[in-house]
Design a protein around this ligand. Structure first.
Ligand SMILES: Nc1ncnc2c1ncn2[C@@H]1O[C@H](COP(=O)(O)OP(=O)(O)OP(=O)(O)O)[C@@H](O)[C@H]1O
Length: 256
């Protein structure tokens, strides 16, 4: 999460984004600018619309109004083909890791590569698998099945499977949910390592303040369809805003 990795090229640009489901206003005027090399954490309580935001950024849901540009392209104006091409540049880390349980770790990593980059030789595929496994510190698991891995290891393999396509943007949906504090720290460290070594820009959706504090250059909180101020962890949580304060206090962080 070093600021010196950030440059001034905008990779995600969201302006006045609104999205409702029937009478439920979920996003009610969201603005966000994500720069290349930057990590932004979006905090928020359950049901505030964090997943809806990720789905709109990745083109799975259409906004009602506003603009969402990803790598310079307005996402809801793209043809299916162009959207698929753009999605190749975005890595998703899902809450449940989304590994194929019937495939070994090697096969899980090979699958996206072979499907998306058909011209790679066998040795290039093997090298790519070994490289990402090494990056996530799990080289020894190559022949194991997902069911033999811990929750934290599954999460890391999920991240490795995304990294193998060398994404420019990473979208992390609750990267530490369901993990113990020590394993959560390992995942937070991996998110920062990915940012530094792969020069990714990331949006990290979380309700874990420690995760936001340790992985993100900037944080914001989604509440009632809008973002609070976007700033450093310290700036945002020094605010007098009552709901920010209570979210902070509830998370029992004492070393602001
Ligand atoms: N496709 C949909 N149709 C109707 N309502 C939806 C749809 N998707 C999300 N919602 C509603 O939008 C609101 C926000 O949902 P969302 O999944 O984005 O919350 P979240 O902040 O990600 O919550 P959590 O932290 O629990 O995952 C919820 O009230 C949800 O029921």
């Amino acid at each position: 999460m070093k600021d010196k990795t950030i440059d001034n090229e905008i990779v995600i640009d969201i302006k006045d984004l609104k999205k409702s489901f029937d009478t439920l206003k979920v996003l009610d005027g969201i603005d966000l600018t994500l720069y290349r090399g930057e990590n932004v954490a979006v905090l928020g309580r359950s049901g505030t619309g964090k997943s809806v935001l990720i789905k709109i950024i990745s083109g799975l849901l259409k906004p009602d109004s506003g603009t969402v540009k990803v790598l310079g392209q307005e996402i809801d104006k793209l043809s299916l083909e162009a959207l698929q091409e753009l999605r190749m540049k975005i890595g998703f880390s899902f809450q449940n890791s989304a590994l194929y349980d019937s495939m070994s770790v090697r096969a899980n990593l090979e699958f996206p590569l072979v499907r998306n980059k058909r011209d790679l030789s066998k040795s290039e595929v093997n090298n790519a698998i070994e490289e990402v496994l090494h990056e996530v510190g799990l080289s020894q698991t190559i022949n194991q099945m997902p069911s033999e891995l811990s929750g934290g290891q599954r999460k890391r393999i999920g991240i490795a499977r995304t990294l193998i396509l060398k994404p420019e943007i990473m979208l992390y949906d609750e990267p530490t949910s369901g993990l113990d504090p020590i394993t959560s720290i390992e995942i937070n460290n991996l998110i920062v390592k990915v940012q530094q070594e792969y020069k990714t820009s990331s949006i990290i959706i979380t309700h874990d303040l420690t995760c936001a504090k340790n992985t993100a250059n900037k944080v914001t909180m989604l509440q009632k369809g809008r973002f609070s101020e976007i700033g450093t962890f310290k700036e945002v949580f020094s605010s007098d805003d009552e709901s920010l304060r209570s979210f902070y206090d509830y998370n029992f962080i004492n070393d602001k």
